[in-house]
Design a protein around this ligand. Structure first.
Ligand SMILES: NC(=O)c1ccc[n+]([C@@H]2O[C@H](COP(=O)([O-])OP(=O)(O)OC[C@H]3O[C@@H](n4cnc5c(N)ncnc54)[C@H](O)[C@@H]3O)[C@@H](O)[C@H]2O)c1
Length: 301
């Protein structure tokens, strides 16, 4: 739980776009020092210029969050420049779709590397620093927010890698919360689970490394990309509103942060099915046409 942000330090991954950029804007407005982390140099440069203009002290680093060594260098640089951070937003993420048996090893390595291992590195490198600061100063307060997705609470078809990565982030973050409660009352945790919000996420292939290139997308991957572009671009909630919820959650010590609470009906149906032992229900119960369209597209020649 953090209530006074002035002069505190935020580490934001994926700060060049979407939720990361919007959180940086709020952080700058509240007088925070900002560590901006992204793999896309032009987006990072633009974010740095904007935040410096807004008066923030900025450390901007081009880092691939999936890379342990780059993340270790980042953590050392943060410690040297600002000391232990107060807010760590493990948020950088990418998406890739398609039928699970069609995904390549490169697809798995890319998405699990960024979406899961990026969060793992953020936790293993920054939480010990935060705990050390908490032990030294009873007034220190810190908070870690990890970005998962509603895809981590549902199992929508044709996007298995993303679902698996985000389900792991849900589990990891709930466990982080429990583990923190064992040792401190000064460091909190939140889990951000957005539904469809217009950002750059549907174009995440723009930052896919050449070594993990997408050789030849299959039909299901092409269909999945088109559907996710449509769903994301037609979302009505803005990234700025989601970022505001992230800050509110930090102030209120609220763990789960949702962009679309209405979509939780699908989560409830899934959980009830698990408890009752019934077979998995349609994850888009309120919009059965989505599943119909997908079935029709995949079964057509
Ligand atoms: N927008 C949505 O509808 C939605 C829904 C659910 C979850 N999410 C999650 O929200 C998070 C933020 O995504 P967004 O929607 O703001 O998308 P976005 O593409 O606008 O922003 C993501 C940022 O992460 C950066 N990034 C990508 N790979 C990286 C890497 N290896 N290292 C460092 N930075 C990297 C990108 O350059 C980009 O600036 C992601 O974890 C995403 O999975 C988004």
């Amino acid at each position: 739980m953090i209530s006074d942000f002035k002069g505190k330090t935020a580490v934001l991954t994926g700060a060049g776009s979407g939720f990361g950029l919007e959180c940086a804007r709020i952080g700058a407005a509240r007088g925070m020092n900002l560590v901006l982390v992204d793999v896309q140099q032009d987006a990072l440069d633009a974010a740095r210029a904007e935040m410096e203009k807004a008066g923030a002290q900025v450390l901007a680093r081009k880092v691939d969050v999936s890379d342990a060594v780059q993340m270790e260098a980042l953590a050392a640089a943060v410690k040297e420049r600002f000391g232990a951070p107060h807010f760590v937003f493990n948020n950088a993420g990418v998406g890739s779709g398609g039928l699970v048996w069609e995904n390549t090893v490169a697809d798995w390595n890319w998405v699990l590397g960024v979406d899961l291992m990026g969060v793992v590195h953020g936790i293993r490198l920054f939480v010990p620093m935060m705990l050390e600061a908490a032990a030294k100063d009873p007034s220190y307060r810190g908070h870690v927010t990890n970005t998962a997705s509603m895809a981590g609470l549902l199992t929508p078809p044709n996007m298995g890698i993303y679902n698996a990565a985000k389900a792991a982030v849900v589990s990891l973050t709930e466990t982080l919360y429990q583990d923190l409660r064992l040792v401190t009352d000064q460091v909190g945790a939140s889990l951000l689970c957005p539904y469809f919000v217009p950002t750059g996420i549907a174009a995440s292939g723009r930052n896919r490394p050449g070594a993990l290139a997408d050789e030849k997308p299959t039909k299901s991957q092409i269909i999945g990309k088109a559907m996710s572009e449509k769903a994301v671009s037609s979302g009505k909630v803005t990234a700025a509103e989601v970022a505001q919820s992230v800050f509110n959650a930090m102030e209120n010590d609220q763990f789960y942060v949702y962009s679309h609470p209405k979509a939780l009906g699908n989560v409830k149906a899934r959980m009830e099915g698990i408890v009752a032992g019934t077979n998995p229900a349609d994850p888009f119960l309120e919009r059965p046409e989505i599943g119909e369209q997908l079935r029709a597209a995949l079964r057509s020649a």
